[in-house]
Design a protein around this ligand. Structure first.
Ligand code: SF4
Length: 474
Protein backbone atom coordinates (compact mmCIF):
# COMPACT_ATOMS: atom_id res chain seq x y z
CA UNK A 1 0.00 0.00 0.00
CA UNK A 2 2.97 2.29 -0.60
CA UNK A 3 0.70 4.58 -2.65
CA UNK A 4 -1.60 5.24 0.33
CA UNK A 5 -0.83 7.30 3.45
CA UNK A 6 -2.51 4.98 5.98
CA UNK A 7 -3.63 7.55 8.55
CA UNK A 8 -7.03 6.82 10.07
CA UNK A 9 -9.72 9.43 10.79
CA UNK A 10 -9.75 11.47 14.00
CA UNK A 11 -10.70 9.32 17.04
CA UNK A 12 -11.16 6.34 14.71
CA UNK A 13 -12.75 3.34 16.49
CA UNK A 14 -13.94 -0.09 15.37
CA UNK A 15 -17.63 0.55 16.19
CA UNK A 16 -18.80 -2.94 15.20
CA UNK A 17 -18.99 -5.13 18.35
CA UNK A 18 -19.81 -8.63 17.05
CA UNK A 19 -20.76 -10.07 20.46
CA UNK A 20 -23.03 -7.15 21.25
CA UNK A 21 -24.84 -7.52 17.92
CA UNK A 22 -25.07 -11.33 18.23
CA UNK A 23 -26.54 -10.95 21.74
CA UNK A 24 -29.12 -8.44 20.55
CA UNK A 25 -30.22 -10.89 17.86
CA UNK A 26 -30.27 -13.81 20.34
CA UNK A 27 -32.13 -11.95 23.10
CA UNK A 28 -34.72 -10.01 21.08
CA UNK A 29 -38.01 -11.91 20.84
CA UNK A 30 -41.13 -11.14 18.79
CA UNK A 31 -43.15 -8.41 20.56
CA UNK A 32 -46.14 -6.96 18.62
CA UNK A 33 -46.62 -3.99 20.99
CA UNK A 34 -42.98 -3.00 20.70
CA UNK A 35 -43.11 -3.40 16.90
CA UNK A 36 -46.05 -0.99 16.70
CA UNK A 37 -44.36 1.55 19.01
CA UNK A 38 -41.22 1.45 16.87
CA UNK A 39 -43.18 1.77 13.62
CA UNK A 40 -44.79 4.90 15.08
CA UNK A 41 -41.29 6.34 15.68
CA UNK A 42 -40.30 5.60 12.08
CA UNK A 43 -43.48 7.26 10.88
CA UNK A 44 -42.24 10.42 12.64
CA UNK A 45 -39.17 10.00 10.33
CA UNK A 46 -36.87 9.45 13.31
CA UNK A 47 -33.88 7.14 12.72
CA UNK A 48 -34.08 3.96 14.83
CA UNK A 49 -31.65 2.69 17.46
CA UNK A 50 -30.00 -0.68 16.73
CA UNK A 51 -32.05 -2.39 19.45
CA UNK A 52 -35.27 -1.05 17.86
CA UNK A 53 -34.28 -2.39 14.44
CA UNK A 54 -33.66 -5.75 16.14
CA UNK A 55 -37.29 -5.77 17.32
CA UNK A 56 -38.46 -5.39 13.72
CA UNK A 57 -36.08 -8.19 12.66
CA UNK A 58 -37.49 -10.49 15.35
CA UNK A 59 -41.03 -10.10 13.97
CA UNK A 60 -41.79 -13.37 12.13
CA UNK A 61 -45.58 -13.78 12.23
CA UNK A 62 -47.15 -12.97 8.81
CA UNK A 63 -49.51 -10.29 10.20
CA UNK A 64 -46.68 -8.45 11.96
CA UNK A 65 -44.44 -8.73 8.89
CA UNK A 66 -47.29 -7.30 6.80
CA UNK A 67 -47.60 -4.37 9.26
CA UNK A 68 -43.88 -3.69 8.76
CA UNK A 69 -44.30 -3.88 4.98
CA UNK A 70 -47.27 -1.51 5.08
CA UNK A 71 -45.35 0.97 7.25
CA UNK A 72 -42.39 0.87 4.85
CA UNK A 73 -44.68 1.49 1.88
CA UNK A 74 -46.19 4.52 3.65
CA UNK A 75 -42.84 5.96 4.75
CA UNK A 76 -41.49 5.54 1.23
CA UNK A 77 -44.38 7.61 -0.12
CA UNK A 78 -44.09 10.21 2.68
CA UNK A 79 -40.35 10.82 2.24
CA UNK A 80 -39.75 9.96 -1.42
CA UNK A 81 -43.15 10.24 -3.07
CA UNK A 82 -43.53 8.07 -6.19
CA UNK A 83 -40.28 8.99 -7.89
CA UNK A 84 -37.50 6.49 -8.56
CA UNK A 85 -34.05 7.89 -9.40
CA UNK A 86 -32.24 6.12 -12.25
CA UNK A 87 -28.55 5.59 -12.84
CA UNK A 88 -26.15 3.26 -14.63
CA UNK A 89 -22.87 1.69 -13.52
CA UNK A 90 -19.80 2.10 -15.74
CA UNK A 91 -16.91 -0.27 -15.01
CA UNK A 92 -13.61 1.52 -15.73
CA UNK A 93 -11.11 -1.21 -14.78
CA UNK A 94 -11.06 -4.72 -13.29
CA UNK A 95 -7.43 -5.24 -12.40
CA UNK A 96 -7.30 -5.90 -8.66
CA UNK A 97 -4.67 -6.64 -6.02
CA UNK A 98 -7.21 -8.26 -3.69
CA UNK A 99 -8.45 -11.84 -3.60
CA UNK A 100 -12.03 -11.65 -2.32
CA UNK A 101 -13.52 -15.15 -2.38
CA UNK A 102 -16.86 -14.05 -3.88
CA UNK A 103 -15.50 -11.96 -6.75
CA UNK A 104 -14.59 -12.86 -10.35
CA UNK A 105 -12.08 -10.01 -10.44
CA UNK A 106 -9.95 -11.40 -7.61
CA UNK A 107 -6.26 -11.60 -8.44
CA UNK A 108 -6.01 -15.40 -8.22
CA UNK A 109 -8.73 -15.79 -10.87
CA UNK A 110 -6.28 -16.00 -13.78
CA UNK A 111 -8.96 -16.80 -16.38
CA UNK A 112 -10.82 -13.54 -15.82
CA UNK A 113 -10.46 -11.17 -18.80
CA UNK A 114 -8.77 -8.00 -17.50
CA UNK A 115 -9.14 -4.54 -18.94
CA UNK A 116 -8.89 -0.83 -18.12
CA UNK A 117 -10.80 1.56 -20.39
CA UNK A 118 -8.49 4.09 -22.06
CA UNK A 119 -9.63 7.68 -22.63
CA UNK A 120 -11.30 7.13 -26.02
CA UNK A 121 -13.03 3.95 -24.82
CA UNK A 122 -14.33 5.84 -21.76
CA UNK A 123 -15.66 8.60 -24.02
CA UNK A 124 -17.32 6.00 -26.28
CA UNK A 125 -18.98 4.32 -23.30
CA UNK A 126 -20.24 7.61 -21.89
CA UNK A 127 -21.58 8.65 -25.31
CA UNK A 128 -23.41 5.31 -25.60
CA UNK A 129 -24.95 5.88 -22.14
CA UNK A 130 -25.87 9.50 -22.92
CA UNK A 131 -27.46 8.40 -26.22
CA UNK A 132 -29.76 6.14 -24.19
CA UNK A 133 -30.77 9.03 -21.93
CA UNK A 134 -28.65 8.44 -18.81
CA UNK A 135 -27.65 11.49 -16.72
CA UNK A 136 -26.29 9.82 -13.57
CA UNK A 137 -23.43 7.30 -13.50
CA UNK A 138 -21.51 5.34 -10.90
CA UNK A 139 -17.93 4.60 -11.96
CA UNK A 140 -16.60 1.25 -10.67
CA UNK A 141 -12.91 0.42 -10.12
CA UNK A 142 -11.06 -2.62 -8.77
CA UNK A 143 -8.38 -1.89 -6.14
CA UNK A 144 -5.05 -1.42 -7.92
CA UNK A 145 -2.21 1.16 -7.92
CA UNK A 146 -3.31 2.09 -11.47
CA UNK A 147 -6.65 3.26 -10.07
CA UNK A 148 -5.16 5.95 -7.83
CA UNK A 149 -7.07 9.00 -6.59
CA UNK A 150 -5.53 10.99 -9.46
CA UNK A 151 -6.81 8.43 -11.99
CA UNK A 152 -10.29 8.40 -10.43
CA UNK A 153 -10.34 12.23 -10.42
CA UNK A 154 -9.16 12.44 -14.06
CA UNK A 155 -11.73 9.87 -15.14
CA UNK A 156 -14.50 11.77 -13.31
CA UNK A 157 -13.58 15.02 -15.10
CA UNK A 158 -13.39 13.19 -18.44
CA UNK A 159 -16.90 11.75 -17.93
CA UNK A 160 -18.33 15.20 -17.12
CA UNK A 161 -16.69 16.61 -20.28
CA UNK A 162 -18.45 14.20 -22.68
CA UNK A 163 -21.48 15.73 -24.47
CA UNK A 164 -23.49 13.83 -27.11
CA UNK A 165 -26.37 15.79 -28.67
CA UNK A 166 -28.49 16.91 -25.70
CA UNK A 167 -26.78 14.20 -23.67
CA UNK A 168 -24.52 14.92 -20.68
CA UNK A 169 -23.71 13.25 -17.36
CA UNK A 170 -24.77 15.54 -14.51
CA UNK A 171 -23.72 13.46 -11.50
CA UNK A 172 -20.80 11.01 -11.19
CA UNK A 173 -20.73 8.72 -8.15
CA UNK A 174 -17.79 6.45 -7.34
CA UNK A 175 -17.55 2.83 -6.13
CA UNK A 176 -13.87 2.18 -5.44
CA UNK A 177 -11.40 1.21 -2.73
CA UNK A 178 -10.97 3.34 0.41
CA UNK A 179 -8.56 6.25 -0.21
CA UNK A 180 -6.40 8.23 2.20
CA UNK A 181 -7.32 11.80 3.21
CA UNK A 182 -5.32 13.33 0.35
CA UNK A 183 -7.00 11.03 -2.13
CA UNK A 184 -10.51 11.93 -0.98
CA UNK A 185 -9.66 15.63 -1.33
CA UNK A 186 -8.62 15.04 -4.94
CA UNK A 187 -11.79 13.19 -5.96
CA UNK A 188 -13.94 15.75 -4.14
CA UNK A 189 -12.26 18.53 -6.14
CA UNK A 190 -13.01 16.59 -9.34
CA UNK A 191 -16.72 17.02 -8.55
CA UNK A 192 -17.81 13.54 -7.48
CA UNK A 193 -21.26 13.00 -5.99
CA UNK A 194 -21.45 9.97 -3.67
CA UNK A 195 -18.40 7.89 -2.69
CA UNK A 196 -19.48 4.29 -2.07
CA UNK A 197 -17.52 1.82 0.06
CA UNK A 198 -19.21 -1.49 0.94
CA UNK A 199 -17.88 -3.30 4.01
CA UNK A 200 -19.06 -6.48 2.23
CA UNK A 201 -19.56 -8.16 5.63
CA UNK A 202 -19.31 -6.43 9.01
CA UNK A 203 -18.75 -9.79 10.79
CA UNK A 204 -15.03 -9.76 11.67
CA UNK A 205 -14.42 -13.51 11.44
CA UNK A 206 -16.24 -13.86 8.11
CA UNK A 207 -14.49 -10.75 6.80
CA UNK A 208 -11.10 -12.36 7.56
CA UNK A 209 -12.16 -15.59 5.80
CA UNK A 210 -13.35 -13.77 2.68
CA UNK A 211 -10.38 -11.34 2.41
CA UNK A 212 -7.06 -13.20 2.63
CA UNK A 213 -4.42 -11.80 5.01
CA UNK A 214 -1.84 -10.69 2.44
CA UNK A 215 -4.27 -8.48 0.54
CA UNK A 216 -5.02 -4.76 0.98
CA UNK A 217 -8.68 -5.47 1.63
CA UNK A 218 -7.88 -7.68 4.63
CA UNK A 219 -7.50 -4.50 6.70
CA UNK A 220 -11.04 -4.38 8.21
CA UNK A 221 -10.60 -1.10 10.11
CA UNK A 222 -9.01 0.79 7.18
CA UNK A 223 -12.11 -0.07 5.15
CA UNK A 224 -14.63 0.56 7.95
CA UNK A 225 -13.04 3.97 8.56
CA UNK A 226 -12.99 4.87 4.84
CA UNK A 227 -16.05 7.10 4.72
CA UNK A 228 -15.07 8.84 7.96
CA UNK A 229 -11.84 9.88 6.25
CA UNK A 230 -13.90 10.96 3.25
CA UNK A 231 -16.10 13.19 5.45
CA UNK A 232 -13.04 14.73 7.09
CA UNK A 233 -11.54 15.37 3.63
CA UNK A 234 -14.64 17.37 2.62
CA UNK A 235 -16.69 14.80 0.69
CA UNK A 236 -20.43 15.20 1.34
CA UNK A 237 -22.42 12.17 0.26
CA UNK A 238 -21.49 8.68 1.42
CA UNK A 239 -22.75 5.29 0.30
CA UNK A 240 -22.51 2.29 2.61
CA UNK A 241 -23.46 -1.30 1.87
CA UNK A 242 -23.09 -4.99 2.66
CA UNK A 243 -22.98 -8.03 0.36
CA UNK A 244 -25.85 -10.14 1.63
CA UNK A 245 -25.18 -13.87 1.68
CA UNK A 246 -21.72 -13.87 3.29
CA UNK A 247 -23.05 -13.92 6.89
CA UNK A 248 -26.33 -13.75 8.88
CA UNK A 249 -28.51 -11.07 7.14
CA UNK A 250 -29.83 -9.80 10.46
CA UNK A 251 -26.24 -9.16 11.65
CA UNK A 252 -25.52 -7.15 8.49
CA UNK A 253 -28.74 -5.11 8.82
CA UNK A 254 -27.93 -4.22 12.43
CA UNK A 255 -24.38 -3.34 11.39
CA UNK A 256 -25.58 -1.06 8.58
CA UNK A 257 -27.79 0.72 11.13
CA UNK A 258 -24.82 0.92 13.54
CA UNK A 259 -22.66 2.40 10.76
CA UNK A 260 -25.37 4.94 9.88
CA UNK A 261 -25.68 6.08 13.49
CA UNK A 262 -21.90 6.22 13.90
CA UNK A 263 -21.58 8.63 10.93
CA UNK A 264 -24.58 10.65 12.11
CA UNK A 265 -23.22 10.95 15.67
CA UNK A 266 -19.65 11.75 14.56
CA UNK A 267 -20.32 14.04 11.54
CA UNK A 268 -23.94 15.14 12.02
CA UNK A 269 -24.97 13.40 8.78
CA UNK A 270 -25.68 9.76 8.05
CA UNK A 271 -25.17 7.86 4.79
CA UNK A 272 -26.66 9.40 1.64
CA UNK A 273 -27.39 5.90 0.37
CA UNK A 274 -27.47 2.31 1.60
CA UNK A 275 -26.98 -0.66 -0.77
CA UNK A 276 -27.93 -4.29 -0.05
CA UNK A 277 -26.69 -6.39 -2.98
CA UNK A 278 -27.36 -10.13 -2.69
CA UNK A 279 -24.62 -12.51 -3.71
CA UNK A 280 -24.97 -13.62 -7.31
CA UNK A 281 -23.15 -16.38 -9.23
CA UNK A 282 -19.71 -15.21 -10.35
CA UNK A 283 -16.88 -16.73 -12.36
CA UNK A 284 -14.80 -18.92 -9.99
CA UNK A 285 -16.74 -17.83 -6.89
CA UNK A 286 -16.01 -19.72 -3.64
CA UNK A 287 -18.58 -19.19 -0.85
CA UNK A 288 -20.56 -21.43 1.51
CA UNK A 289 -24.26 -21.11 0.87
CA UNK A 290 -25.36 -21.24 4.52
CA UNK A 291 -26.18 -17.55 4.65
CA UNK A 292 -27.85 -17.02 1.29
CA UNK A 293 -30.82 -14.66 1.71
CA UNK A 294 -34.15 -15.91 0.33
CA UNK A 295 -36.73 -13.60 -1.30
CA UNK A 296 -38.93 -13.25 1.81
CA UNK A 297 -35.95 -12.31 3.96
CA UNK A 298 -34.80 -9.89 1.23
CA UNK A 299 -38.15 -8.07 1.24
CA UNK A 300 -38.05 -7.84 5.04
CA UNK A 301 -34.50 -6.45 5.08
CA UNK A 302 -35.41 -3.72 2.58
CA UNK A 303 -38.56 -2.74 4.51
CA UNK A 304 -36.70 -2.76 7.84
CA UNK A 305 -33.83 -0.64 6.46
CA UNK A 306 -36.44 1.79 5.16
CA UNK A 307 -37.97 2.14 8.63
CA UNK A 308 -34.58 2.25 10.38
CA UNK A 309 -32.84 4.99 8.34
CA UNK A 310 -35.74 7.11 6.97
CA UNK A 311 -33.56 9.78 5.28
CA UNK A 312 -31.05 7.51 3.47
CA UNK A 313 -31.63 6.59 -0.18
CA UNK A 314 -31.99 2.83 -0.72
CA UNK A 315 -30.33 1.45 -3.87
CA UNK A 316 -31.67 -1.72 -5.53
CA UNK A 317 -29.50 -2.93 -8.39
CA UNK A 318 -29.91 -5.07 -11.49
CA UNK A 319 -28.43 -7.99 -9.58
CA UNK A 320 -32.06 -8.74 -8.80
CA UNK A 321 -34.59 -10.11 -11.31
CA UNK A 322 -37.33 -7.85 -12.74
CA UNK A 323 -39.90 -9.78 -10.65
CA UNK A 324 -38.09 -9.13 -7.35
CA UNK A 325 -37.32 -5.53 -8.29
CA UNK A 326 -40.98 -4.95 -9.09
CA UNK A 327 -42.03 -6.30 -5.66
CA UNK A 328 -39.32 -4.71 -3.53
CA UNK A 329 -39.55 -1.20 -5.00
CA UNK A 330 -42.63 -0.39 -2.92
CA UNK A 331 -40.88 -1.16 0.36
CA UNK A 332 -38.78 1.97 0.25
CA UNK A 333 -36.31 1.76 -2.63
CA UNK A 334 -35.47 5.23 -3.97
CA UNK A 335 -32.80 4.48 -6.61
CA UNK A 336 -32.31 1.73 -9.23
CA UNK A 337 -29.97 1.18 -12.15
CA UNK A 338 -31.40 0.35 -15.56
CA UNK A 339 -30.08 -0.84 -18.93
CA UNK A 340 -27.07 -2.06 -16.96
CA UNK A 341 -24.03 -3.71 -18.54
CA UNK A 342 -21.10 -4.58 -16.28
CA UNK A 343 -18.68 -5.96 -18.89
CA UNK A 344 -15.78 -3.54 -19.49
CA UNK A 345 -16.77 -1.51 -22.60
CA UNK A 346 -20.10 -3.37 -22.50
CA UNK A 347 -22.37 -0.49 -23.55
CA UNK A 348 -23.19 -0.41 -27.26
CA UNK A 349 -24.84 2.33 -29.28
CA UNK A 350 -28.36 1.19 -30.24
CA UNK A 351 -29.98 -2.09 -29.16
CA UNK A 352 -27.89 -4.25 -26.77
CA UNK A 353 -27.87 -8.03 -26.53
CA UNK A 354 -29.36 -9.28 -23.30
CA UNK A 355 -26.56 -11.70 -22.46
CA UNK A 356 -23.46 -11.88 -20.28
CA UNK A 357 -19.97 -13.43 -20.48
CA UNK A 358 -19.08 -14.13 -16.87
CA UNK A 359 -15.34 -14.36 -17.50
CA UNK A 360 -15.45 -10.66 -18.32
CA UNK A 361 -17.86 -9.60 -15.58
CA UNK A 362 -17.87 -9.34 -11.78
CA UNK A 363 -21.09 -11.32 -11.25
CA UNK A 364 -24.28 -12.46 -12.97
CA UNK A 365 -27.00 -9.83 -13.42
CA UNK A 366 -30.68 -10.57 -12.81
CA UNK A 367 -32.13 -7.75 -14.93
CA UNK A 368 -30.76 -7.05 -18.42
CA UNK A 369 -33.74 -4.99 -19.65
CA UNK A 370 -33.08 -1.72 -21.48
CA UNK A 371 -33.47 1.66 -19.77
CA UNK A 372 -36.53 2.33 -21.94
CA UNK A 373 -38.25 -0.92 -20.90
CA UNK A 374 -37.57 -0.28 -17.20
CA UNK A 375 -38.90 3.28 -17.49
CA UNK A 376 -42.04 2.04 -19.28
CA UNK A 377 -42.75 -0.46 -16.49
CA UNK A 378 -42.10 2.12 -13.75
CA UNK A 379 -44.61 4.50 -15.28
CA UNK A 380 -47.15 1.72 -15.81
CA UNK A 381 -46.85 1.21 -12.02
CA UNK A 382 -47.33 4.94 -11.36
CA UNK A 383 -43.69 5.66 -10.47
CA UNK A 384 -42.00 8.78 -11.87
CA UNK A 385 -38.59 7.85 -13.35
CA UNK A 386 -36.18 10.65 -12.41
CA UNK A 387 -32.71 11.69 -13.55
CA UNK A 388 -32.69 14.62 -11.10
CA UNK A 389 -29.30 15.94 -9.95
CA UNK A 390 -30.37 19.37 -8.68
CA UNK A 391 -29.58 18.86 -4.96
CA UNK A 392 -26.01 17.87 -5.79
CA UNK A 393 -25.54 20.74 -8.23
CA UNK A 394 -27.10 23.32 -5.90
CA UNK A 395 -25.02 22.15 -2.94
CA UNK A 396 -28.00 20.58 -1.13
CA UNK A 397 -25.68 17.75 -0.06
CA UNK A 398 -24.61 16.08 3.22
CA UNK A 399 -26.29 17.73 6.23
CA UNK A 400 -27.94 20.34 3.97
CA UNK A 401 -29.64 17.46 2.10
CA UNK A 402 -30.77 15.78 5.30
CA UNK A 403 -32.49 18.97 6.43
CA UNK A 404 -34.52 19.06 3.27
CA UNK A 405 -35.14 15.33 3.04
CA UNK A 406 -37.43 15.47 6.04
CA UNK A 407 -39.99 18.35 5.94
CA UNK A 408 -42.11 17.70 2.75
CA UNK A 409 -39.41 18.62 0.33
CA UNK A 410 -40.97 16.52 -2.42
CA UNK A 411 -43.75 18.72 -3.73
CA UNK A 412 -41.56 21.79 -4.03
CA UNK A 413 -38.48 20.23 -5.69
CA UNK A 414 -38.33 16.46 -6.21
CA UNK A 415 -41.51 15.81 -8.19
CA UNK A 416 -41.27 18.88 -10.50
CA UNK A 417 -37.58 18.14 -11.13
CA UNK A 418 -38.33 14.47 -11.81
CA UNK A 419 -41.05 15.44 -14.30
CA UNK A 420 -38.72 17.85 -16.13
CA UNK A 421 -35.97 15.23 -16.47
CA UNK A 422 -38.60 12.74 -17.64
CA UNK A 423 -39.87 15.20 -20.26
CA UNK A 424 -36.32 15.59 -21.57
CA UNK A 425 -36.02 11.80 -21.86
CA UNK A 426 -39.36 11.49 -23.69
CA UNK A 427 -38.35 14.20 -26.18
CA UNK A 428 -34.81 12.94 -26.87
CA UNK A 429 -34.57 9.19 -26.27
CA UNK A 430 -37.80 7.26 -25.60
CA UNK A 431 -39.63 4.70 -27.72
CA UNK A 432 -43.17 5.59 -28.83
CA UNK A 433 -44.84 3.37 -26.22
CA UNK A 434 -42.75 4.88 -23.42
CA UNK A 435 -43.40 8.40 -24.71
CA UNK A 436 -47.16 7.82 -24.63
CA UNK A 437 -47.00 6.36 -21.10
CA UNK A 438 -44.77 9.25 -20.01
CA UNK A 439 -47.03 11.98 -21.34
CA UNK A 440 -50.03 10.36 -19.60
CA UNK A 441 -48.06 10.18 -16.33
CA UNK A 442 -47.00 13.84 -16.57
CA UNK A 443 -50.63 14.83 -17.12
CA UNK A 444 -51.74 12.78 -14.08
CA UNK A 445 -49.02 14.38 -11.93
CA UNK A 446 -49.91 17.90 -13.11
CA UNK A 447 -53.56 17.23 -12.19
CA UNK A 448 -52.44 16.35 -8.65
CA UNK A 449 -50.91 19.84 -8.11
CA UNK A 450 -53.60 21.84 -6.33
CA UNK A 451 -51.67 25.16 -6.29
CA UNK A 452 -52.59 26.81 -9.63
CA UNK A 453 -49.55 29.08 -9.69
CA UNK A 454 -47.14 26.19 -9.05
CA UNK A 455 -48.82 24.00 -11.72
CA UNK A 456 -48.73 26.87 -14.25
CA UNK A 457 -45.03 27.51 -13.61
CA UNK A 458 -44.23 23.83 -14.11
CA UNK A 459 -46.36 23.65 -17.27
CA UNK A 460 -44.41 26.65 -18.65
CA UNK A 461 -41.11 24.90 -17.95
CA UNK A 462 -42.32 21.64 -19.50
CA UNK A 463 -43.37 23.63 -22.56
CA UNK A 464 -39.86 25.12 -22.80
CA UNK A 465 -38.49 21.56 -22.75
CA UNK A 466 -40.92 20.46 -25.51
CA UNK A 467 -39.54 23.42 -27.51
CA UNK A 468 -35.93 22.37 -27.08
CA UNK A 469 -34.78 23.89 -23.78
CA UNK A 470 -32.81 21.47 -21.59
CA UNK A 471 -31.56 21.12 -18.04
CA UNK A 472 -34.22 23.06 -16.17
CA UNK A 473 -34.58 22.39 -12.45
CA UNK A 474 -35.55 23.88 -9.08
S1 SF4 B 1 -14.54 -7.40 -4.65
FE1 SF4 B 1 -13.46 -5.59 -5.33
S2 SF4 B 1 -11.56 -5.61 -4.13
FE2 SF4 B 1 -12.40 -7.68 -4.04
S3 SF4 B 1 -11.42 -8.80 -5.71
FE3 SF4 B 1 -13.37 -7.97 -6.47
S4 SF4 B 1 -12.84 -6.03 -7.44
FE4 SF4 B 1 -11.13 -6.62 -6.07
Amino acid sequence: MSYLNKVLSKDCVDFIDDNHIENIIKNTKEDPAKVRKIIAKSMRKEPLEVEETAVLLAAESPELVEEIFEAARKLKRDVYGNRIVLFAPLYIGNFCVNDCKYCAFRRSMRSTVRKTLNKSETVEQVEALEDKGHKRLILVFGEHPDYSADFIAETTKLVYSVKSGNGEIRRVNINAAPLDAEGFKKVKEAGIGTYQIFQETYHHETYAKMHPKNTHKSDYLWRLDGLSRAFEAGCDDMGIGALFGLYDWRFEVLSLVTHSRHLQNKYGVGPHTISFPRIRPAHGMEINEDYLVNDDQFKRLVAILRLSVPYAGLILTARETPEIRREVLEFGVSQIDAGTRIELAGYKKGEEEQKQELKKEQFQLGDLRSLDDVMYELMENDYIPSFCTSCYRLGRTGEHFMEYAIPGFIERFCTPNALMTLAEYLEDYSSDKTKKAGQELIKRELDKIKDDEKRKKLEERLDLIYHGKRDLYY
